[in-house]
Design a protein around this ligand. Structure first.
Ligand code: AMP
Ligand code: GLY
Length: 416
């Protein structure tokens, strides 16, 4: 029987999920809340606020939703998946207790200690003076992280003690309940590994590398992600086995022991240090823009896979990938990630370029005009047998977008 699906979110990640879900022969109707103009090509948009659990539940009941797929972390940390599960509505995404893996860095670091998971040495502080004293004793470089969700902005890799102390002060300026985690600074290339989890099992679900800095040459401030490519050439089978054995599976076991089994997608940010792979951080959802390079490479139907993760039956699930690479280039508003103008016009979008997909993030339909309403606005993805060729396609597509207020990095995947 066909399954009607509700997708929660409105970014490029959710457009990629909608694009892939729409290809499923098992899909009935696809709804998205709130969605965006790109998602509207595949789904019926419904004006639901994810924070209004009762409204989401009512909609699911009246529309006969068979699976809710939650894209972003905020509703997961706020317990949307718990509220749905309590009503017997199948949902892909972890409980609030399991989403602490992203929602609290201190929680995750303590789990790593208990489970002997390799990660940076750390201390947690709820007192600014004690944190500063520790920074002075340790010296720089050192990493300061605000506990809690910070939309990719809560981390300072401080090159000197003064910068670290300023970062500590900034964290505690936000309020008396603040907590910081201070970590040893690790070195090495970074890889993202995605794993589908059903509480018991974790199966690898693709690798990617992203580009966090705003400008070419990894200059400028950190962003949510300016581009990505998949698969990562840094991850071979032996390394994957090691990461699953030393990092991912002990995490799942630790979460079960806490009574908070993890079901959903676990996104492990890894650093390949001289001492082996170490965990930098966990996210409890697909990466954005990493999802825009994973979905185009996925050969298998995604709907039964997400259902299996949701209902605890991942065992034996077969996940096949295309023997192809994908690269995505994110077009952002001038000024991003600081201030940017909202409502700038995007002229007609390119169509029909082979092996490319244009994913929408911060766009809005304003009558017959498409306008930019976010920092990250579009993601131009190219697919090809090699990363270099895929980058060529992504850049061909990006160059044809007529949006004077936008810009993008010119060096996504260039160093591969
Ligand atoms: P996070 O938000 O935890 O992923 O941190 C953002 C970025 O900061 C990471 O992708 C790393 O580049 C960097 N970072 C975080 N923690 C460390 C660490 N302990 N050592 C070195 N770099 C780090
Ligand atoms: N691209 C980084 C993230 O999704 O957190």
């Amino acid at each position: 029987m066909a399954t009607d699906v509700l997708l929660i979110g409105s970014g490029g990640r959710e457009h990629a999920l909608a694009w892939k879900l729409a290809q499923s022969p098992e899909l009935g109707r696809l709804y998205a809340a709130p969605g965006n103009p790109g998602i509207a090509q595949h789904a019926e948009l419904v004006p639901l606020a994810a924070a209004d659990h009762a409204a989401v539940i009512d909609f699911c009941r009246s529309a006969g939703i068979g699976l809710v797929v939650v894209g972003p972390e905020v509703p997961l940390v706020a317990g949307l998946a718990d509220a749905l599960r309590a009503e017997g509505i199948p949902v892909f995404g972890p409980s609030a207790a399991a989403a602490r893996l992203e929602g609290s860095k201190g929680f995750t670091k303590d789990l790593c200690t208990r489970q002997s998971i390799p990660t940076a040495r750390y201390r947690r502080f709820t007192d600014a003076a004690a944190a500063c004293e520790y920074v002075r004793a340790e010296g720089a470089p050192i990493v300061v992280k605000a506990d809690g969700l910070a939309a990719g902005k809560g981390v300072t890799v401080a090159v000197d003690v003064e910068e670290a102390i300023a970062a500590v002060d900034a964290c505690f300026a936000d309020g008396p309940c603040a907590e910081v985690v201070i970590e040893e600074c690790m070195t090495g290339p970074e890889v993202s590994l995605f794993c589908l989890c059903d509480g018991e099992r974790a199966i690898p679900f693709g690798t990617a590398q992203d580009h966090k800095r705003a400008f070419d040459g990894d200059k400028g401030p950190n962003t949510g992600g300016m581009g990505a490519f998949s698969p990562s050439p840094l991850m071979d089978d032996a390394l994957l086995d090691r990461v699953m054995r030393e990092i991912v599976r002990p995490t799942l076991a630790g979460m079960r022991e806490l009574g908070a089994p993890f079901a959903g997608v676990l996104y492990a940010g890894l650093m390949l240090t001289p001492d082996g792979p170490k965990l930098v951080e966990y996210n409890v959802r697909f990466g954005d823009p990493e999802c825009q390079v994973l979905m185009p490479r996925l050969e298998s139907d995604i709907l039964p896979i997400l259902q299996a993760a949701a209902d605890g039956s991942l065992e034996g699930i077969d996940v096949r990938w295309k023997d192809e690479a994908a690269v995505t280039v994110v077009l952002v508003s001038r000024g991003y990630p600081a201030g940017f103008e909202s409502g700038t016009a995007i002229a007609a979008l390119p169509v029909g370029l082979p092996d490319t997909i244009l994913f929408h993030a911060g766009t809005r339909q304003d009558g017959d005009r498409l306008v930019a309403v976010g920092g990250r606005v579009l993601a131009a993805t190219g697919v090809a047998p090699t990363i270099q060729a895929a980058a060529g396609r992504a850049y061909d597509l990006a160059a044809r977008i007529d949006w004077p207020n936008g810009f993008f990095r010119r060096d996504i995947a260039a160093s591969v």
